[in-house]
Design a protein around this ligand. Structure first.
Ligand SMILES: *Cc1c(COP(=O)(O)O)cnc(C)c1O
Length: 446
């Protein structure tokens, strides 16, 4: 597509506004933005709206940053943030593993060539199909989340075979941006607690199963954690449990999986988790705790999801209507909670901006809403947008690469948007738009 001329110089204020955009983002002379060298106006014309773009280089750079910060650790991208075949390729080529939580995610990844031994299967309620698929495809590790899974899984492993498993422990650490995404505390559905002895009991039973090999402990604290300290607390507790397992069973577990949850900013000024800082302090904490317990240092596994793909994605919508009701300016776009349920689910705040043209008018507080038939379909409340915003304009929402399309629905039969990869001034379709024909293909009774 378009080849770009060097971007005009960006002043400090404008640069700060683009802080949450992919690093390749540039401002074009006409007022549009380009990501991966592709002007967003052109992208909208070519693929129609709403459309999601993924900046391939941004994804790869983020994968490399994790590998550089944690050269000895296993980094597994959490597929539930977003998965498609191209993304599985990029992540695989960058040397990461994958963390999946269904037979569907697993099959898609393996069918596209992802090595099954680099995949970890999670889930608090694994179906028989999840377990059969994992064993058939030879998944690297299965994380056991409840006692009832132990015998069921062991019985499904073929005679003479052994499946590597981990056990998900509740570390009793409260962290994460919202109750719905806090998974490290006692009062949620994931994992087994040490406080009531559930986890210890499960570990003893796993160690008794000749067809299961326990490689280590797993915990995941939650999502959008910007502070390193909860991870350090979790490390100390997990090492304490490793020491008790050695005392009770004489077994040294070689792996410790600390899950994901690393925060990214959604709006300028918000904090990111400092990944190199996390690496440094985790290593120090782990070495110190293991030395005190006279344990060998286990190999770390990490499972970032959002921090790999979130900031690499941008959603582009077209404005369908602008009106003022009781003093509030509403700008309605051609997508909404059907492609991004996060504001409705967790009250997440975004910073949409006008793209495709420049505006010389002042900003005014505007509430960006979607097109779904629900008053709760609000994408961004009271955000500054130009006063001359009008139908036909394009609005772009940065940090749209994680937990948007992976949680999208066919509400109101609007159809899910396409995903387009951008880079080096080119774009290519990764996932096409969902059509009425797709919906009708499933609707087979009368
Ligand atoms: C969701 C999840 C992750 C990834 O969380 P992010 O906040 O996207 O980093 C990692 N591990 C497990 C077990 C999860 O459930």
């Amino acid at each position: 597509m378009t080849t770009l001329h060097p971007a005009p110089p960006v002043d400090g204020d404008a640069a700060a506004q683009l802080a949450v955009w992919p690093a390749s983002t540039t401002r074009l002379p006409g007022g549009d933005l380009a990501v991966g060298g592709v002007p967003l106006g052109e992208l909208a014309d070519r693929y129609d709206t709403p459309v999601y773009l993924l900046d391939e280089e941004e994804v790869r750079t983020r994968c490399r940053a994790y590998r550089a910060a944690f050269p000895d650790a296993g980094i597994h991208y959490a597929a539930k943030a977003f998965l498609c075949r191209a993304l599985a390729h990029w992540v695989e080529e960058e040397g990461l593993g994958l963390d999946v939580c269904s037979a569907g995610e697993l099959e898609l990844a393996v069918a596209t060539g992802f090595p099954a031994e680099r995949i970890v299967l999670h889930g608090n309620a694994k179906s028989p199909r999840d377990i059969d698929t994992a064993l058939r495809l030879g998944v690297g590790r299965i994380v056991i989340d409840s006692p009832s899974e132990i015998a069921r899984l062991a019985a499904a492993v073929a005679p003479g075979q052994r499946q590597d498993v981990m056990v998900r422990v509740v570390p009793g650490v409260a962290a994460g941006a919202h109750d719905a995404i806090r998974t490290g505390t006692e009062d949620q559905k994931f994992g087994m607690s040490t406080g009531d002895g559930y986890a210890q009991h499960a570990i003893a039973r796993i160690l008794d199963q000749p067809r299961l090999r326990l490689t280590g402990l797993h915990c995941h604290l939650g999502s959008q954690i910007a502070d390193v300290r909860p991870y350090l607390t979790a490390v100390r507790r997990m090492v304490g449990l490793l020491a008790r397992i050695r005392e009770s069973h004489g077994v040294l577990l070689p792996e410790l999986d600390l899950g994901g949850g690393h925060a990214v900013p959604y709006r300028p000024g918000e904090a990111a988790l400092d990944v190199p800082g996390l690496a440094r302090r985790l290593r120090a904490e782990l070495e110190e705790a293991c030395a005190a317990a006279r344990l060998p240092v286990p190999r770390l596994l990490l499972e970032p999801g959002r921090a790999i793909t979130g900031p690499a994605g941008v959603a582009v919508y077209r404005v369908l209507s602008v009106k003022q009701t009781a003093g509030t300016v509403f700008a309605a776009v051609d997508g909404g909670m059907c492609d991004n349920p996060r504001p409705a689910l967790y009250g997440v705040r975004y910073a949409p901006r006008l793209v495709g043209r420049a505006s010389r008018t002042e900003d005014r507080p505007t509430t960006v809403v979607g097109r779904l038939c629900e008053a709760g379909d609000v994408l961004a409340e009271d955000v500054p947008l130009p006063a001359d915003l009008h139908p036909g304009d394009l609005l772009a929402v940065p940090v749209a690469g994680a937990y948007h399309l992976s949680m999208a629905s066919v509400q109101n039969l609007v159809g899910r948007p396409p995903v387009v990869a951008v880079g080096c001034g080119r774009s290519r379709l990764l996932v096409r738009r969902e059509t009425l024909a797709d919906v009708r293909a499933r609707d087979i009774g009368l």
